[in-house]
Design a protein. Structure first.
Lengths: 197, 190
């Protein structure tokens, strides 16, 4: 789990869903809608793409994957609007599944031979991405507006800049750097332990 | 006047600075053989065609389903265009086809292409203006790719701390450029 959240987190390692993450997570409520939309679209995309035989030419498979990802947009948007009607939908939701196709996690899932292994990978992917989105949304709302899920927590917003796309991008860059610092420290510790043993 | 409008579009309606599109493709292009500039060129071609086609689809699709069906139409267009360019390149030279394939796939799946086409729906009303919007959006993405490629020796330098070196440095630089563009836009407005 720790490895999925830090070392193999596709948001922090490959900038998966970067545009929706930056543009749609100014509040926790919006982050929740994004999580719901991503979970539905990622699950459907991976399951439907897995049905395409591996013997189909790669270039043709990319075309089919792309069409499936776009088709999946329809139910994911409808579900997100149903779950959180106040949050509103956006064109950025259409980029969720398409972005997934660019990640190494998707390539790895398509290479899995057994359904069990693939489902396990999807579960880990959803957990890591959703936790990151929610944490990102919480940080932005707390620091950018001084509220959390609409409730006032701080008298003044410490960093109103985080409410803007530029601030969101800066925060994402800092998250990526921080995860790398933590992973780097972990690796150094592991190496030291191995050497002492 | 037209030049001023084009320049302000490149800065204030930039696909990356304003709409945050194409970051995963840019990050992926660093590990591909073609790199950032080739991604920018492929994205320019695809954005122009796909956004132009979005103007056609807007005329054909029924209004009540247009918002839901548009991404599907755009994804099909981008995917077919990807396949067509790949076929042409492979027919010209097998080596060229193999070299350009991952860049083309990244561009076709990039948010810079489909995102620009979707955004054009709110800003253009006919086919020629949709093509123009797509071209300008593609140019703005290419411009960012060129800027980042120019600064690559700095963010890829051994002097940078290991945690910031490489694509993380690129992202940080992009965020700072986005902030500068936003400040300039606010200054122009005031």
């Amino acid at each position: 789990m720790e490895s999925s959240l830090l070392r193999r987190n596709p948001v922090l390692r490959e900038l998966l869903c970067a545009a929706p993450l930056i543009m749609l997570t100014e509040t926790v409520q919006q982050a929740g809608m994004l999580c719901a939309a991503f979970s539905i679209s990622a699950l459907l995309t991976v399951l439907l793409c897995a049905l395409i035989p591996r013997r189909v030419l790669f270039a043709v498979r990319v075309v089919l994957y792309s069409v499936i990802a776009a088709l999946v947009y329809v139910p994911s948007v409808l579900a997100a609007e149903y779950l959180l009607p106040d949050a509103g939908s956006s064109i950025y939701l259409a980029l969720l599944a398409e972005g997934l196709l660019l990640s190494a996690a998707f390539d790895s899932m398509m290479e899995k031979q057994s359904l069990h292994k693939m489902l396990r990978e999807i579960f880990m992917l959803l957990v890591s991405v959703n936790v990151t989105i929610l944490f990102f949304g919480m940080m932005r709302e707390l620091l950018g507006c001084g509220t959390l899920a609409g409730r006032i927590c701080l008298r003044h917003a410490p960093l109103p800049l985080l409410g803007t796309p530029a601030g969101g991008m800066l925060l994402l860059a800092l998250f990526c750097i921080l995860s790398q610092v933590i992973c780097g420290a972990d690796r150094r510790e592991e190496r030291r332990d191995a050497a002492s043993e | 006047m037209r030049l001023q409008s084009d320049l302000s579009f490149l800065l204030f309606q930039n696909a990356v600075f304003c709409f945050v599109l194409g970051l995963p493709a840019m990050r992926r292009s660093l590990t591909d053989r073609g790199g950032l500039i080739m991604l920018g060129i492929c994205s320019l071609v695809m954005t122009t065609v796909v956004t132009g086609m979005s103007g056609v689809y807007r005329m054909l699709l029924p209004d009540q389903y247009a918002a839901l069906l548009m991404p599907v139409c755009l994804a099909v267009t981008a995917a077919v265009l990807d396949l067509l360019i790949l076929l042409i390149c492979t027919a010209a030279s097998g080596v060229l086809g193999r070299w350009i394939a991952p860049i083309l796939h990244s561009a076709a799946l990039s948010g810079a292409v489909i995102g620009s086409a979707l955004i054009s729906g709110t800003q253009t009303y006919d086919i020629p203006s949709a093509f123009r919007f797509g071209f300008r959006s593609g140019i703005s993405f290419l411009l960012v790719c060129i800027l980042l490629r120019t600064a690559q020796p700095a963010w890829n330098s051994q002097k940078m701390p290991a945690a910031v070196r490489g694509w993380r440095g690129m992202l940080l630089l992009t965020a700072l450029m986005t902030m500068s563009a936003a400040c300039m836009a606010a200054g122009m407005e005031s």
